[in-house]
Design a protein around this ligand. Structure first.
Ligand code: UD1
Length: 422
């Protein structure tokens, strides 16, 4: 297992290109199952989660060709010959559940293993199943698998979620495109990835209104056709790298960055004393002065502060002036990075879904362990600001969601190396 060694060495300067969004790509890829014509995605990120989705689609009979060094995914679901998403693939990645809605909508049958994924709480899929039931599907849970059927095809209906779920909204939206009649999704997620999915589905011939609001209306069509679609910028990768100059000084331009993808996060950075300005090619970030002010953060569905940036924000707060309170409202058990940051000298008290961080003047390098995707990168950010060497082990989590993290940070002057097999 590889590890990453980071040595704190002061201000960073330069540019970091931001990739296409992992989470958008993971929902756009299963959209290929909705049509027998090709779907091509450009601006795809090169990540192990994308390879897992490629394997999953392949196991169902879809063809996925990775072109231009992985930046283009040319997909075709002309010959689907299997309707079972096997545990061996699904357990690696929770987003695998996103094949359920499209398969069911197209062929009236799907068997999908219950997913695994990051160890950040229980993360059930009940909302996905209820949404598809509202479209007339029959669900049966047996031997760890969801057996779904819609013999006469799905029928439009009202889906009212009890709370916001990104994945369940995506599954419902994809399924509804081919359901007979009108579907209304209430309390829909408003994340940019949902908007991106709706735009792609519309290019494929779907009739959708209201994406980006909490009510999405879909008029089912008989069939969808082929399309080409660029994956939206990864707002979480963007926010993560915006924190690098915030945490250790300097000025970094994030190429492709857009403020509207991440406004609540930018507002918090501003409050903390970090300036974010729009440039011709993206966003530029620097501290206003040497000090970072402690700010309180509560994670919320979009347009609120994203849970996927909570760990990274905590790394910034570790050396801020004062006390900050971070409240995690989306997932239980999402503070696994806290004890690792404490190994580096951070002062953090976790009580349930709340973490109180008391800023210290300096963190100290230490051996630490990556526990999940976003936690891993928070340790790298902390390492950039720490005195001495930080060794982050179990970095395979990082490969799921950050392409070329070492190269990107080296490019702005960080001292960072990947050590194979340690
Ligand atoms: C997606 C993102 C993930 C992000 C999360 C919240 C992808 C591939 N992953 O995950 O990076 O952290 O949105 O922004 O896009 N829940 C249920 N029942 C369900 C579904 C969800 O109880 O059927 C709960 C979850 O446990 C969680 C909350 O709802 O507490 C929100 O989860 P959800 O928005 O569904 O997250 P994902 O789509 O899994």
């Amino acid at each position: 297992m590889d590890s990453i060694i980071v040595t704190g060495n002061g201000p960073l300067k330069g540019q970091i290109p931001i990739a296409g969004a992992k989470n958008a790509c993971l929902t756009l890829m299963p959209a290929t199952l909705l049509s027998d014509e090709p779907l091509t995605l450009t601006n795809a990120p090169r990540l192990s989660d994308i390879r897992t989705m490629t394997a999953l689609l392949g196991s169902l009979g879809a063809e996925v060709s990775s072109l231009q060094d992985g930046k283009v995914l040319a997909m075709s679901s002309h010959d689907l010959n299997n309707h079972t998403a096997d545990y061996d693939i699904v357990r690696k990645m929770r987003a695998s559940i996103l094949v359920l809605g499209p398969m069911l909508a197209r062929d009236g049958q799907a068997i999908v293993s219950l997913p695994g994924g990051c160890a950040i709480g229980a993360r059930p899929v009940d909302l996905h199943l209820r949404a598809l039931e509202a479209l007339g599907a029959q669900m049966d849970l047996r031997d760890g698998y969801v057996h779904a059927k819609a013999p006469g095809g799905l029928k439009g209906g009202i889906i009212e979620f009890p709370f916001v779920s990104v994945g369940a909204t995506e599954n419902a939206l994809m399924a509804a495109t081919l359901a007979k009649g009108t579907t209304v999704i209430k309390r829909a997620a408003r994340e940019p990835e949902i908007v991106d999915l709706a735009q792609c589905l519309r290019k494929m011939g779907a009739q959708i209104e209201g994406e980006g609001t909490d009510t999405i209306t879909i008029q089912g069509v008989d069939r969808l056709h082929g399309a080409t679609h660029p994956v939206v910028t990864d707002r979480i990768e963007l926010g993560t790298y915006m924190l690098a100059p915030a945490i250790c000084g300097g000025e970094v331009e994030l190429l492709g960055g857009r403020r509207d993808l991440i406004a609540a996060f930018c507002d918090k950075l501003d409050e903390a004393g970090v300036e974010v300005s729009e440039t011709e090619n993206g966003l530029s970030v620097r501290r206003r002065d040497d000090h970072i002010k402690a700010v309180d953060v509560t994670t919320e569905p979009f347009p609120g502060f994203p849970t996927d940036l909570q760990a990274q924000m905590m790394a910034l707060m570790c050396t801020a002036d004062g006390v900050s309170v971070l409240e995690e409202k989306i997932f239980e058990n999402r503070f696994m990075h806290a004890p690792e940051l404490m190994r580096m000298g951070a002062q953090i008290d976790v009580h349930g879904g709340t973490a109180k961080v008391t800023g210290v003047s300096k963190l100290k390098g230490a051996p630490v362990m990556a526990t999940d995707l976003r936690a891993s990168v928070s340790l790298i950010l902390a390492g950039l600001a720490a005195e001495g060497e930080t060794k982050v082990s179990r970095v395979y989590h990082l490969d799921r969601g950050y392409e070329h993290v070492v190269g990107k940070l080296k490019g702005v002057g960080a001292l960072i190396e990947r050590i194979p097999g340690q």
